[in-house]
Design a protein. Structure first.
Length: 625
């Protein structure tokens, strides 16, 4: 970067000492644009060793005033003046030496001249020197030296130096972090008109950093920055109105400030507008407009907007559904470490939504997100290791990740962790620990956890055996329509455990579970209809319930259905159908059915047996699919 013609001309005036006649005449000609006359006055003086005149001649060569533009010639004249100790020349020479307009930059030599000017107390040179030490440009990086030079300029009330000193003190660059000292310098810079410093003072008040938290004071500083057209200041003013901090909540006013900053292309404000339109807060819900604002921020690299835009593409809200585009936006966010994007990217690969299932990539992204504490990713990763899905089964690793998620009250993880303790899978068997995790999940109202806790009380595993407690937990889950709990509660009523025996109540509960597809309940309900226990005897109903369980492959139900066909109870007698169901049950290891098959073979014709075998093969083929 180099000084402009105007700023250099002003520098000439500011640094002028008592001048000889040629200098003043040259200056008079220069200010009216008579560059040739100015050069005619200054060049002889410069050649005679006048550093001011040499500086002015260098200026005219740099800007092409009265002569053809020639940076090498300009540099030569600046160097004469600089070597004579002329302060403005030292600063401008340093800038020219690292200017992109120069054929090759020389930051090391630039530092030499910045140092010369800085040691004479020039704040701009001190700031430039600090910047070079801070970033290691032309000198070895030295944060402590950067602090020192910023401080020298700051003590001369230079706002930019005060601001940069505040930044280094806040971040602990070169010194231990010192928020109080940073606040002092931010305040000084803000008082001197530094807009970003004013914003930072507001942030300190908002967060209560080095000062008591004071939203009204924060709002004052944010408004100061916003009134100077700083987009991030406008965003913060909007945020304060949005949250009602330091001002009365006013979503309309917040939206106005957000929009003002968003139209200046501030990604944080664009994201805020996207969220408002997505959720219908303060504006009509409009996913298309949400996608517009998320896209503008996402294209600037804002990870959270990239994630939200990916979500819209995944769901087809406001944009045409496109999982490939969702993947692309998730990936851009994930590569910046956005944990939720990492989780969703893992899910796309695990579920095969963007091509064949890719468990390797799913594990990679779940692991990254899990390491950042995302409970869903921890659960999904734990489940992969628990089941051996896409990875070698590793119960101990599964327990590690499930525990991480369970500690964050992720209910599914608490239940699965309870199962692992109950079964001694990856950890020593521990019923009490299983009960602890089931209880934590059950206290959220999860029916599976309530049911599992009921089982522990029923069996006295990890808790004292207590049928009444088992009934209580079963009932909570059954009332939510959870079939296994309804079945178990039915058994408690059937046998009179924890409640008085009540076959009618048992049948009602079995029905609830059976209608939800619970096979044992379907079978038991069939038995009760066949025997007329708890319900009026009804062979046709028994056949219906046996058939449901039999079609699911339950051998006892297949056998009983065979009996109903063999005896013609509840259905027309059909010895071939009876043979079919006995054979299917026998294949499942039912010894009674195996005897029934032998008896049937002795009674049936070879044609009937062949037809029965064909029906068995047909049923098996369909159900194997």
């Amino acid at each position: 970067m180099r000084l402009t013609a105007t700023s250099i001309a002003l520098t000439v005036l500011v640094f002028s000492a008592p001048a000889h006649a040629g200098h003043l005449e040259g200056l008079s000609a220069y200010v009216v644009g008579d560059y040739e006359s100015a050069l005619g006055e200054w060049r002889p003086a410069a050649e005679g060793g006048d550093p001011r005149a040499a500086f002015n001649v260098g200026l005219m060569y740099e800007l092409g005033q009265g002569v053809g533009q020639d940076l090498a010639e300009a540099e030569s004249w600046y160097r004469r003046a600089a070597e004579a100790g002329y302060l403005p020349a030292q600063l401008v020479l340093a800038k020219l030496l690292e200017s992109e307009e120069r054929e090759s930059q020389d930051p090391a030599q630039a530092v030499t001249w910045y140092l010369a000017a800085a040691e004479q107390g020039l704040p701009k040179a001190q700031i430039a020197l600090a910047w070079h030490f801070r970033d290691g440009l032309g000198v070895p990086q030295d944060q402590a030296a950067a602090i020192d030079w910023y401080r020298r300029a700051a003590e001369q009330s230079h706002p930019e130096a005060q601001f940069q000193l505040g930044v280094m003190l806040e971040n602990g660059e070169g010194v231990p972090a010192d928020p109080a000292e940073a606040m002092k310098w931010y305040s000084a810079a803000a008082a001197g008109g530094h807009t970003v410093a004013a914003l930072n003072v507001g942030v300190f008040y908002e967060n209560g950093t080095a000062v008591p938290q004071d939203y009204a004071e924060a709002m004052k500083w944010f408004r100061m920055a916003a009134d100077r057209d700083l987009p991030i200041g406008e965003f913060y003013v909007g945020l304060m109105y949005d949250k009602g901090q330091g001002v009365a909540p006013d979503l309309d006013t917040a939206i106005g400030w957000y929009r003002r900053a968003a139209l200046q292309n501030l990604p944080e404000a664009q994201h805020a507008l996207g969220l408002l339109y997505e959720n219908g807060r303060g504006v009509a819900s409009d996913h298309g407009t949400a996608a517009h604002w998320f896209r503008r921020a996402a294209e600037q690299g804002l990870a959270r907007s990239q994630f939200r835009l990916g979500m819209l593409y995944a769901s087809g809200q406001g944009v045409a559904q496109d999982l490939g585009t969702a993947e692309a936006w998730y990936r851009r966010a994930a590569e910046q470490g956005h944990a939720e994007a990492e989780t969703n990217l893992g899910a796309l690969y695990a579920e095969g939504q963007v091509g064949p299932q890719d468990w390797g990539r799913a594990e990679l992204w779940y692991t990254r997100a899990a390491g950042q504490g995302i409970a869903l990713a921890q659960y999904n990763l734990g489940t992969m290791y628990r089941l051996g899905t896409g990875v070698e089964r590793d119960p101990a690793t599964a327990v590690k990740w499930l525990r991480e998620a369970a500690d964050q009250d992720f209910v599914a993880a608490q239940i699965d962790l309870g199962l692992m303790f109950q079964n001694g899978d990856g950890v020593p068997r521990d019923g009490a620990e299983a009960a602890k995790w089931y209880r934590r999940a059950a206290e959220t109202g999860d029916p599976r956890a309530e049911y599992n806790l009921g089982l522990l009380y029923s069996d006295g595993v990890g808790v004292p055996q207590d049928d009444a407690a088992a009934v209580r937990w079963y009932r909570l889950a059954a009332d939510k329509g959870y079939g296994p709990a309804a079945f178990s509660l039915g058994l408690m009523h059937f046998y009179g455990r924890g409640v008085p025996a009540d076959l009618a109540a048992a049948a009602d509960l079995f029905r609830v579970a059976a209608e939800g597809g619970h096979i044992d309940a379907q079978y038991n309900l069939g038995v009760m209809y066949q025997a007329g226990r708890g319900v009026p005897q009804d062979f046709a109903a028994a056949v219906d319930w046996y058939r449901r369980a039999a079609e699911a492959g339950y051998a006892p139900a297949q056998h009983n259905l065979g009996v109903m066909y063999a005896t013609g109870r509840g259905i027309e007698r059909n010895d071939v159908e009876a043979y079919k169901w006995f054979a299917l049950a026998a294949a499942g290891g039912n010894e009674t059915s195996q005897r029934a098959v032998r008896n049937a073979v002795a009674m049936l014709t070879s044609a009937q047996i062949a037809e029965g075998d064909r029906l068995v093969d047909e049923w098996t083929a369909v159900h194997e699919e």
